[in-house]
Design a protein around this ligand. Structure first.
Ligand SMILES: Nc1ncnc2c1ncn2[C@@H]1O[C@H](COP(=O)(O)OP(=O)(O)O)[C@@H](O)[C@H]1O
Ligand SMILES: [Mg+2]
Length: 247
């Protein structure tokens, strides 16, 4: 059985940082892991210290435009996806790239959905770093989410977006078993009120990650977050979160 986790939340709240640190944790435990960057902004490879040259968005366009009408598009798309899957010793990485172009991708997205269902079955765990918006939830290229992690920072907007994501996720019936909020970049000053607001929104809090100046420095200096030391405050808290959600 494969477990699928999506990390979502408002832009800039720390989705990619949390994703990278969850991956850091999982890859040390030996699970067979697929990391998916579903944010068109594509920041996850950098946080992991990887470079990826082609995205699912690139090949989707090629398959839609460049194939003869009688070609088995699903088969071609699937084999191309395996080609662009970046394999590392610890995990595989797939970058989704642009969600939309000038045309309508409904058909391609339907194909992709079936292919992703198949691909994720090869892994113990799939961790998806998502875009700030909510569209990816409604497009549902990856189905059967098990755990939805909603990241917020100490801003009102971050909390409101978290609430909206939770509501939309419920309406879309994404089938996830658990939803948690993660409070990130928390300071001693806002810790208590943030936890109170999150509880008032009826969220189960998976963890409270402090503002970690080492993490911020790594990010600014372009050092992969996955290389943060064990004693980084953010790393320590993400370890706790991983334990709580059972990965
Ligand atoms: N716990 C943290 N402590 C300090 N800085 C953080 C923390 N989490 C994230 N950041 C910083 O916040 C910014 C946004 O984080 P990022 O993970 O890119 O957000 P998102 O993926 O949600 O857009 C980055 O500059 C990152 O270094
Ligand atoms: Mg990001």
């Amino acid at each position: 059985m494969t477990t699928t986790i999506a990390i979502t939340g408002k832009g800039g709240t720390g989705k990619t940082a949390v994703t990278a640190l969850l991956i850091r944790h999982v890859m040390r435990g030996g699970s067979v892991l697929l990391a998916v960057d579903a944010d068109p902004d594509t920041n996850l490879p950098e946080a992991l210290g990887d470079t990826v040259s082609r995205t699912v968005g690139d090949i989707r366009e090629m398959v839609l435009e460049g194939l003869p009408p009688d070609a088995d598009k699903m088969l071609v798309l699937e084999s191309k996806i395996y080609e662009i899957l970046a394999e590392t010793p610890k995990y595989d990485l797939l970058v989704m790239g642009r969600p939309d172009g000038p045309g309508c991708y409904c058909y391609a997205n339907n194909l992709l959905r079936g292919i992703m269902d198949k691909i994720t079955k090869n892994y113990d765990l799939t961790i998806i770093d998502t875009a700030a918006g909510l569209e990816h939830l409604s497009r549902r290229i990856i189905r059967n989410l098990d755990i939805l992690l909603v990241v917020t920072d100490g801003s009102r907007k971050g909390l409101l977006t978290a609430e909206r994501i939770r509501d939309l996720a419920g309406e879309l019936d994404l089938g996830f078993k658990n939803i948690y909020i993660i409070l990130n970049k928390v300071t001693p000053e806002n810790r208590e009120s943030l936890q109170k607001y999150a509880s008032e929104l009826d969220f189960e809090i998976a963890g409270t990650i402090p503002f970690d100046s080492k993490l911020a420095d790594y990010d600014l200096d372009g050092i992969p977050l996955i290389d943060l030391p064990d004693d980084s405050e953010a790393v320590t808290e993400v370890e706790r979160i991983a334990e709580l959600i059972g990965i």
